[in-house]
Design a protein around this ligand. Sequence first.
Ligand code: PBG
Length: 337
Amino acid sequence: MSVNISGRFPGLRLRRLRQSSAMRQFVRETHLNARQLVLPLFIRKGKKIRHPIPSMPGVFQLSPDESVREAARAYGSGVGAILLFGIPPSKDRRASGAYAKTGVVQEAVRLIKKEVPDLIVITDVCLCEYMSHGHCGLVKATKRGARILNDPSLELLARTAVSHADAGADMVAPSDMMDGRVRAIRDALDKAGFPDTPIMSYAAKYASAFYGPFRDAAESAPQFGDRRSYQMDPGNAREAMREVAQDIEEGADIILVKPGLAYLDILYRVKTEFQYPTALYSVSAEYSMVKAAGQKGWIDERAVFLESWMSSKRAGADILISYAAIDLAEWIKDDGR
Ligand code: PBG
């Protein structure tokens, strides 16, 4: 079948259609919807704290009371969900702050769900922020160096997820990359009486230099070694398909690809292959690079953020996690995209 409908100049018809903003939108394939944006928040103990993160201009560590205000602002701007990360007052080798009833995330969830009930509250389920060594699972010292203990970590992750659901979280998002954690979390949630709490799984999470500023924000840089034994090698794409298949098999409801722009090929493949609700995490360094260049006047921050969001949608993302979520939501109001 021939699809060359416009004769000698294939682009002409669409170009004619794009003459006004109304026409452009009329024929556009991809649309932006603020309710599919997720704003990450960093929560620390205390009251009235808004502690700026130098490597992420405009992003703060917030005390639970302040996180309620930020959550309300996000909801008011049209953002659909928030994603909570905790910075505990003290860390240990069993990450006990992660699953404590009085933990900082648990406290924030309770407050936010009370004040902003319609905003979707997602919690990050990981151990690195709560571990004194900064790794995402339990670590054992051996003669040949430290080793991650995959299976014993699962129990702590599951306990963390249940304590978040118990505090009122609408969804949990395991980002640790231990094998088998989706099933462990699913089973634990079901048993604890939360069969309807969905899991957004960081299924394809690469060992990436783009996480640098996040580790400042969450105070979670590993004290030794790196995360390459449990995060993925940037050279591998087929492996991502296997990771995603495995997470779906174990019960993941939403699939997440991370980082964002540098991994749109992975996102596209994941969406095409599995047709699952799919989220893209535009990570800390992606945000900081745009902010820094914007502050210098080298790029138009707003246009670049919006174009990146559009690109992620075009490549297959339903959901975008972005530190610029509130701005994005505001911008599309007056852009009428
Ligand atoms: C923790 C986690 C990380 C990010 C999200 N969850 C850091 C890491 O794996 O080192 C990074 C997010 C970002 O850079 O914005 N497991």
